[in-house]
Design a binder for this molecule. Structure first.
Ligand SMILES: Cc1cc2nc3c(=O)[nH]c(=O)nc-3n(C[C@H](O)[C@H](O)[C@H](O)COP(=O)(O)OP(=O)(O)OC[C@H]3O[C@@H](n4cnc5c(N)ncnc54)[C@H](O)[C@@H]3O)c2cc1C
Length: 151
């Protein structure tokens, strides 16, 4: 959740200021939002996250991410789904990351572009701005390939 101007007074943390934006929850989306807003040096931005500092080895070493699935692991939480209609009503526990960065702390770092036909179908269903040609520049902004330039 992001809001407009507000003030925060958090006991024991030493924060007592007025902010242009207060972003509650520092998961992947919250961090991106805070980072983009903070590019404007005239804005004062506060990002609040309930979880621990993201400095543990299980979230620093990509190959160690399996450690985060162990019971009681510091950076992983589990929420039950609603009963799944296609699984005879079973409830599944779904993981999520806890801490600054959210699920990007524990994710597999797998990246691929979406199928262009999916985007064109969304356009045909009314999402006019979501054509593949419209989103392609944003994919390119995400990508840095050691082998060569993005196409
Ligand atoms: C195990 C795993 C592997 C994944 N692998 C990949 C991958 O390889 N490639 C890929 O593209 N995507 C992957 N993902 C998905 C991707 O990481 C998420 O889609 C993305 O991080 C979601 O970002 P978000 O900001 O919506 O939520 P999150 O980043 O999950 O942020 C949620 C935030 O909410 C906070 N929070 C949760 N509950 C509460 C509460 N009750 N009160 C206050 N705060 C709360 C958490 O601390 C966290 O900071 C994976 C996800 C997981 C969990």
């Amino acid at each position: 959740m992001a809001g407009g101007a507000g003030s925060a007074n958090i006991a024991g943390v030493g924060i007592d200021r007025t902010y242009d934006f207060i972003i509650v929850v520092g998961g992947s989306a919250g961090c991106v939002l805070a980072s983009r807003l903070a590019e404007d040096i005239n804005l004062r931005v506060l990002l609040l996250e309930q979880g621990p500092r993201n400095n543990g080895w299980t979230v620093r070493i990509p190959g160690a991410t399996g450690e985060n699935y162990k019971p009681g692991a510091r950076y992983m939480g589990w929420y039950p789904t609603v009963p799944q209609r296609h699984l005879r009503g079973r409830v599944i526990d779904e993981p999520f990351g806890i801490g600054l960065g959210g699920s990007s702390l524990v994710n597999g770092m797998v990246f691929l572009r979406g199928n262009p036909l999916d985007y064109e179908r969304w356009v045909s269903e009314g999402a006019a701005d979501w054509s593949f040609s419209n989103v392609l520049p944003y994919f390119k902004r995400l990508e840095t390939r050691a082998e060569g330039c993005n196409r």
